[in-house]
Design a protein around this ligand. Structure first.
Ligand SMILES: Cc1cc2nc3c(=O)[nH]c(=O)nc-3n(C[C@H](O)[C@H](O)[C@H](O)COP(=O)(O)OP(=O)(O)OC[C@H]3O[C@@H](n4cnc5c(N)ncnc54)[C@H](O)[C@@H]3O)c2cc1C
Length: 519
């Protein structure tokens, strides 16, 4: 049994920012980060476009950013949270810069601000088209300088420890649920360890892997949300899945799909059907710069009309030297695939990209479970409402990591370690003899979600999805009860829970709003 003051689950921007701050303020505390893959593998690492922050010396204003965020969220944002996040952005940005993050500047020395769909101003700070990688690297190197942080890679959090494990009553009887840490599988030894903590932070990111076609890496299986759901935390807005309109179309399909950043449209690229027609102005007067949901639905509708598998993103008229400078990663990927941007267009298709909902938190990142916090993509803070504005998620992650840190540091002294926490009980389980069944079920789930719970939903398709999920749930639970825990099995179980929440919350939503569209 391992005891720590702070247990951080996840090493993306949210988890690392929180851990660094806590470890600095309380040098005698011990902060443990567990992360299920390599230290940098996360959605953060793949973020391209950048982070949206208002810099008033650049002719922008908080009010404009707030308005843009509220407009994207379509009436479902919490306006107080939006104001709080936008106005706290500049301080958090300065910290990232202090920790070494390098944002692109023009020759004048001013930041080179990008513009993305739904923003009425240029306000996206970026590092080429690999902003997330730059932030992740700098945060990891900061965390590495702090002796009271332990980062354990290939450690997979399985379940939160609550009073249920102590045999006490909880939740539905009116007593609040308390979190005392988590059971964690060391994937390399196969051993399940008990991490007892005063404060636990879920920073496990999104769940794009619930779909067949997604820009999210393999780690994005919604584990934290599923764990919190099992522990009876409130989970909301799971029906709001943002599809990115322009993932690179490749045949055969690869997962994750390579993202062609929104900033490319901000740079002037145009969408055309395969027969060469421009179509975005038929859907929205902002054309290519309309928000993601509108562009994704427009593409979906063009594909349905034409029967084609993709549309094109046309960069042929752009200054390609400047393009290569801004988007070296995208330029190189296209070149590798033989797409020469002066003569060829890029085939693109929408893919699941961002989860707007998640674990409900208050303005300090506290969940409905005592001593359990969440921030980053796993949380539903009230910022995004029905649709996230581009580049607002890195901003949300750093602002809420800071707020979680402030609140939890105030609380930690008053929390004592509980006694009598049992070790994980593996009795009666055996090694799985057919791991392939788990792989098949994951693929079946992803195909089912893409077919029935995609950009445009219907009551009938959602009912079908619910029926199929029930069978998958029963099969997987039976396997879970008799088999030794593995990351593959846990991810499948978590994906099924996340899919269930998406389907159930989609069935409940009666009106189309934000990215939610039901016919
Ligand atoms: C291709 C792409 C481009 C994007 N571009 C932008 C952009 O330009 N601007 C923007 O604002 N946002 C962008 N986003 C979204 C943004 O990157 C994410 O929302 C944000 O990085 C999430 O950070 P996070 O720390 O919450 O989660 P993540 O960065 O995903 O980190 C989650 C961490 O949790 C770990 N983990 C998960 N489950 C477990 C478990 N069971 N046990 C232990 N560890 C676990 C993972 O291994 C990982 O370390 C993009 C996303 C993608 C995929």
């Amino acid at each position: 049994m391992l005891r720590c003051d702070f247990l951080v689950i996840g090493s993306g921007v949210a988890g690392l920012t929180f851990a660094i701050k806590v470890a600095r303020l309380l040098p005698h505390s011990n902060v443990v980060i567990v992360t299920k893959a390599g230290e940098s593998e996360s959605n953060t690492k793949y973020a391209q476009g950048g982070i949206a922050v208002v810099l008033d010396s650049y002719g922008d204003s908080f009010d404009r950013h707030i308005e843009d965020t509220l407009r994207a969220g379509d009436g479902l944002c919490d306006p107080d949270i939006v104001r709080m996040v936008v106005t706290e952005g500049p301080d958090r940005l300065n910290e990232l810069i202090e920790w070494g993050t390098d944002f692109d500047e023009k020759s004048s020395g001013n930041f080179d601000l990008g513009r993305e769909g739904g923003h009425t101003r240029r306000r996206i700070l970026h590092h080429k088209d690999i902003t997330g990688l730059e932030i992740e690297r700098k945060l990891l190197s900061q965390a590495g300088t702090l002796p009271n942080i332990t980062l354990s890679t290939h450690h997979f959090a399985i379940d939160l420890i609550t009073q249920h494990h102590l045999g006490k009553e909880e939740g539905h009887t009116g007593a609040p649920v308390n979190c005392y840490g988590a059971y964690v599988l060391d994937s390399q030894t196969g051993k399940i360890e008990t991490y007892v903590s005063k404060i636990t932070l879920i920073a496990t990111g999104g769940a794009g892997q619930v779909y067949q076609s997604t820009t999210n890496p393999l780690i994005a299986t919604g584990d934290g949300i599923a764990m919190a759901y099992r522990a009876k935390a409130r989970i909301e807005h799971m029906e709001f899945i943002q599809f990115h309109p322009t993932a690179l179309y490749q045949h055969p399909q690869s997962s994750p799909s390579f993202l062609i950043s929104e900033a490319v449209r901000g740079f002037g690229a145009l969408l055309r059907t395969r027969s060469g027609e421009l179509f975005m102005r038929n859907y929205d007067e902002r054309g290519e710069l309309a928000s993601r949901d509108i562009v994704s639905r427009a593409i979906d509708s063009e594909l349905k009309k034409s029967g084609d598998e993709y549309v094109y993103l046309d960069c042929r008229h752009l200054d390609l030297n400047a393009f290569r400078d801004h988007f070296p990663n995208i330029f190189n990927k296209c070149s590798e695939l033989g797409i020469g941007l002066s003569g060829d267009m890029i085939p693109v298709v929408p893919a699941a990209h961002y989860l707007c909902g998640g674990i409900v938190t208050d303005r300090d990142g506290q969940t409905t479970i005592e001593n359990l916090f969440s921030c980053g993509e796993s949380a539903r803070t009230g910022l995004h409402g029905g649709n996230r504005l581009a580049s607002n998620s890195l901003l949300e992650a750093v602002v809420f990591a800071h707020r979680c840190y402030k609140k939890s540091c105030e609380m930690v002294e008053g929390i004592t370690f509980p006694e009598g926490i049992p070790e994980w009980n593996e009795e009666g389980t055996t090694q799985p003899d057919e791991l392939i069944l788990i792989t098949h079920n994951r693929k079946e789930l992803q195909a089912m979600m893409s077919n029935y719970v995609g950009i445009i939903r219907s009551g009938e398709r959602l009912d079908r999805a619910a029926n199929r999920l029930k069978i998958m749930y029963e099969e997987t639970e039976a396997l879970y009860k008799r088999t030794k825990i593995s990351p593959q099995l846990m991810e499948l179980r978590n994906l099924i829970s996340v899919a269930y929440l998406i389907v159930q919350q989609s069935l409940k939503r009666k009106h189309n709003v934000g990215v939610f569209f039901k016919v």
